[in-house]
Every structure is written in C-alpha cells, then in structure tokens.
Design a protein around this ligand. Sequence first.
Ligand code: AMP
Length: 395
Amino acid sequence: MHTLTNNDFSGRKALIRVDFNVPLDGNFQVTDSTRILAAKESIDYILNQGGSCVLISHLGRPKGKDAALSLSHIVNKVSEILGRSVLFCDDCVGPKANAAAAELNPGEVILMENLRYYPEETAGDVDFALGLSKLGDFYVNDAFGTAHRPHASTTIVAQFFDEDKYFGKLLEKEVKAVQKVMEKGEKPVLAILGGAKVSSKITIIENMLDKIDHLIIGGGMVYTFSKAMGGNIGQSICEDDYTDFALELMDKAKTKNVKIHLPTDVIIANDFSNNANKKTCKVSEIPDDWQGLDAGPETLKAFEQVVMNSKTILWNGPLGVFEFENFATGTIALGEYISKSTAAGAYSLVGGGDSVAAVKQFGLQSKMSYISTGGGAMLESLEGKSLPGIAALLA
Ligand code: AMP
C-alpha cells in the first residue's frame, strides 16, 4: 500500500480526489463539514512538505452544468477549514483547468469545478481521466465515500500515474479500520447488525461469519428471525422471503462456533409513530395489532455483557427506530456500552449507514475507536468486496 508517509512531495503537485460532496442549505452554505475536515490531514501533509494541491470532487448529481451544484459554493468553507485561501477554477478538465493548475505555486491549493458536470466522470471515460491526470504530478485518492465507484477520477485516472499514486490519510485510515476488524481483530470479535432489513445485510453476515465470535442481531431484522422460529410478531417489520435464510444462518453460525444474540424482550408500539402507546413484551409474544420498535430492558442487560466482554466490535445499524425519541433508548444504550468497552481497551468501528448518524446524534463520536465516513463504501468493504478505487491504487 503506497501511503503518503515517508515520501518527499516538495515542489510537486498533487492531484487529490477528495469527497467534498457536502450538504448545502438554501443559501448554499455548508451544513456539515465532516468530509472537508476529513481531507485536511492529507492536504496539510503535502503543503507542509512544500508541495501544492489540486483538489477534484463531485457535488450531488448534476444533470449538466447546474450552478446550484457548483463547488464554488464551498470554496470559503474549504479555505476556513484549511486556514489558507483556496483558489477556484470553474472547470476541471481541458485548457483552462490545465493553465490554472500549471500556475499553482508550492504551498497553494486550488479547487476545481464539479467533476460530475461531465457525464464522462461517472461513465469512467478513459480520455476524460487522461485529461484529469494532466492536472498533477502525482495522484492521491482520499475519497473513501466514492471508492466503491469505478469513476474516471476515483479509479480510471490512477492508471496514468504508474507508481506515483497514493492512499490519502483518510483512505488509509478507513482501509486499516476494516482490516483491524476483519483480518486482525483481537478476540472475542463481535458484530452488531441492526437496521431495518435482513435482505440488505445478508452479504455482510455471510462474509463475517468466519471472522467473528459473536453476532448481535437488532432492529427490524429481529422479527424475520423471530417469525422464522415460530414467534408472534404482530405488525412488526418482516421479510417473509428471508425466514429460510434466517434459519439457515442460525445453523451455519452453530457449525462455525459463532454465538448469535437476539433480543428476548422488545418495546412494542400500537402504531409506527413516536407518540404511539408503548409497552414491553417478550419478543415472541407480540399482540396482533402491535409492532416491535426497540430493544427491551432484559435484552439490553444481556447485550451489555456481550459488548463488555468483546475486544473488537463492529457496529452497523440501530437497535430500534432511533429517529423516534421514544424508541431510541436501545440504540443510545448500545452506543454507551460500546463507549465503555472501548474505554476499557476494545477496538470499535462504527460503519455503514444509520449507526453513524445515531452515534453523531447522541454525541458519542469521540468515544468510538473509528467512525467511517463512507456509507456505501464501508458496506461494500464489510461485504468483502474489492473497491475499484482501492484496487486501482494497488494495481
Ligand atoms: P439501516 O439503514 O439498514 O441501518 O436501517 C436503519 C433504519 O432501520 C432506521 O431508519 C431505523 O428506524 C430502522 N429500524 C430499526 N429498527 C426498526 C424496527 N424495529 N422497525 C422498523 N424499522 C426499524
């Protein structure tokens, strides 16, 4: 793996694929700068060595040159975060972009216009990628959020840099976090999979079974398992097509010595709403008109034990409908158990989807070992897939 560390970039120009696909409000102000902050380490590293940086990114899904999705809106925010004034070029390829990049001095940064103004970007067009490659002396991919896309700037462009292509600091951290869980996890290794649907987690579960000792299943997935085992699930979310899979998984887990932990009690509601009536009941005895929306107290006690006894923890997906304040208790409690276990020496990775949102919402970011910045890319990593953007750097 070529990382930035121990390389001399003085006087050299980096072409850095960053993920500045940030949310903007109605006045084109950045409402969440996490992704810009995440790229700062790589940019600073190169600038501090006396290099310069050409930043390329996409923003949204423009159809043609949509001014609302111009990266010019975020130049001030990037300048503020980097603590230096950032230049902007209103194109990202061709003569104008080449000239702007050529004029860059050591210590300077330029942000190029939205890559997706050109359909060639998502098409993975080779000529377009060749055009992009002209902007820098070496290539850095630090856009983990798009590393699972075979686009021109994330994947194809790498072929024009022979050995001169590098994992940015963020990409390196994300890849190492997954390795730490999937390849080098200190035992006992625990995966906690929650969220709405079994179908969206099947590949992860199958990929993880050889790597983990414990599997906690939570959230809406629980009811497919409960129904498969003959439980009454009332109106709870359930995927009838996956009950056979649930039973097979439990058998497979047994042969692989993986202990599956399912809730024994749940908080049920008489409606899918925050203001519904609620009560606690056994997971297998949900009355006909009720539905399970959160983990129950007995379940949480048992899950706490498992989390506290684990040395490596992956968390993907909430334990309940945490968007409803009245059904967020289980997800908050789980976040706190993982925080405690992390403080006691466990390695914790939160990644792929709504558990990241939950951790942020409940202010537990600093208490986890690593929180992934890439939803889809992290999911595909956990599924064991090779990400094209990463494969291109290794080729
Ligand atoms: P995912 O994107 O797969 O992590 O799923 C997250 C979604 O699952 C969140 O929006 C939760 O509200 C939802 N969810 C969690 N538990 C339940 C449940 N018991 N019933 C319905 N939806 C749930």
